[in-house]
Design a protein around this ligand. Sequence first.
Ligand SMILES: Cc1cc2nc3c(=O)[nH]c(=O)nc-3n(C[C@H](O)[C@H](O)[C@H](O)COP(=O)(O)OP(=O)(O)OC[C@H]3O[C@@H](n4cnc5c(N)ncnc54)[C@H](O)[C@@H]3O)c2cc1C
Length: 510
Amino acid sequence: MTERHSPLRATGADTVHDVALVGCGPTGATLANLLALRGLQVLVLEREADIYRLPRAIHFDGESMRVFQTVGIADLMAPQLIVSPGMRFLGVDGSVLIDWQRPTDVGPQGWHPSYRFHQPSLEHTLREQLAQHANVTLRLRHEVFALDEHADHVAIRYEDTASGRLHATAARYVVGCDGARSLVRRLMGTELEDLRSHERWLVVDVLLKNDRPDLGDHSIQYCDPRRPATYVRGVGTRRRWELMLMPHDDLNTITRPESVWALLAPWLSPDEAELERPAVYTFHSVVARGWRRGRLMIAGDAAHQTPPFMGQGMCAGIRDAANLAWKLADVLQGVAPDSLLDTYESERSPHVREFIEAAVRFGRVIQTTDPEEARRRDAEMSANPQIFVTPQPPLGPGTHDGGEFGGRVGEQPRLGDGKRLDDAIGYRYALLVAPALAGAATEAMRAAAIDAERLAIVIADSEPAQRWLAALNAQAVLLRPDRYVAGVASQAAEIARLLRSPCSSWAWPR
Ligand SMILES: Cc1cc2nc3c(=O)[nH]c(=O)nc-3n(C[C@H](O)[C@H](O)[C@H](O)COP(=O)(O)OP(=O)(O)OC[C@H]3O[C@@H](n4cnc5c(N)ncnc54)[C@H](O)[C@@H]3O)c2cc1C
């Protein structure tokens, strides 16, 4: 990459990057890719020599896949994924209480609603894609240990842990994508709000030696008060069991192979599979209060953590990256005021909180250990099978019109030529408009002097695109670069107003 020389010698730094990311897990790697698409100079500092080898996340949703589409890796990922058919909840007596089917067709995001994947493979693909961008530098085995904020930059100090050599550099903004124990969060002085669920579970990944179709493709929640457990089918020969730890368990011996195989005995024997990893995790539920302080920000597990019952922890980090990337780019490229960055937390925090609270509710039901309570729960669940639905909250207040549809993720219909909507748009704003108002939209764009590099006008020339506009009760919908709805218009005059409204007025230079 070309490094810009700056007058920052006083801080010991010889270069200034637009954005420095601390950590290259899935959040950091996604954010770096999106920032690179906007042409920013990005430095990524990662403490470890390699990608964490063992899988943690095993599920992601269609919205994450859509972000990967923008990044340019969705088609590379697709052959490595399987579509999840859903989840079954078994009660105290082993009968099915709820059969939560996930649609196995392509959904409104233009992808399937629920995928199983191998986290190290995804991270590998994200890093390979990063390597395509000359404006991104990834430094492995480089651990950040100090950040000093100045008026127009952040001074960063880090160690090359291979040699022990200390370095200094600088960036206009720093984003901590540095995981649950985030240093950046601590340096910002940000505290965590405790959503009060911190349960310990044993997570066991195995590699099957022979096919076991009887285990099935559905995830299964064994709501057994003697030991709540979850089964998840992974990709290839991978299968996972998560087993809640009970008060009588001995933590010193529970991860030994003989203890693990004893716990897996109802499903599998040692001659049928190889143990890839047994590990004890405490599943926390927290949201940071203060995702931004001046030039410092946090994203992903650094900003929030959820129990994994809905498979949404990493997905939330991907949403953070999608929300923050275009805002950082707009601010750094002088299109938007710095205050745009305040909408990152105001939009994302209430959104992720809904998912975490749903996962905590989910977990309380699954983790019932009192037999009487478990029987009452079973009766309730059988009578009300709708209690588990994926939340679909809007973003909190920010850069959308706050109406019925503003702040909700937009759909991705295919267009008349068969293209997915986002492929037609690219990484910018878009106005999807009914054919009858196409001329008015072009005129409104010209009158507002909006550059075509920042806004695409896309004609809704297919039945699915028109169906979506009808569902919005609109003739046009303005989508932000993260594919969330900024606002809708139902007639020509409203399009002109939409393109000049406060939620979009900073989006195009005048
Ligand atoms: C058992 C389990 C199951 C899960 N299942 C799911 C699931 O099915 N679906 C889902 O969406 N999510 C799931 N999750 C959550 C998901 O794994 C995490 O949310 C996700 O990995 C977080 O990504 P991240 O990039 O924010 O943080 P991390 O993956 O933790 O990455 C942080 C990176 O920062 C680096 N770093 C830290 N400090 C520094 C420093 N000072 N300098 C330089 N680098 C630093 C670290 O080395 C690391 O590479 C699960 C988690 C667990 C534990």
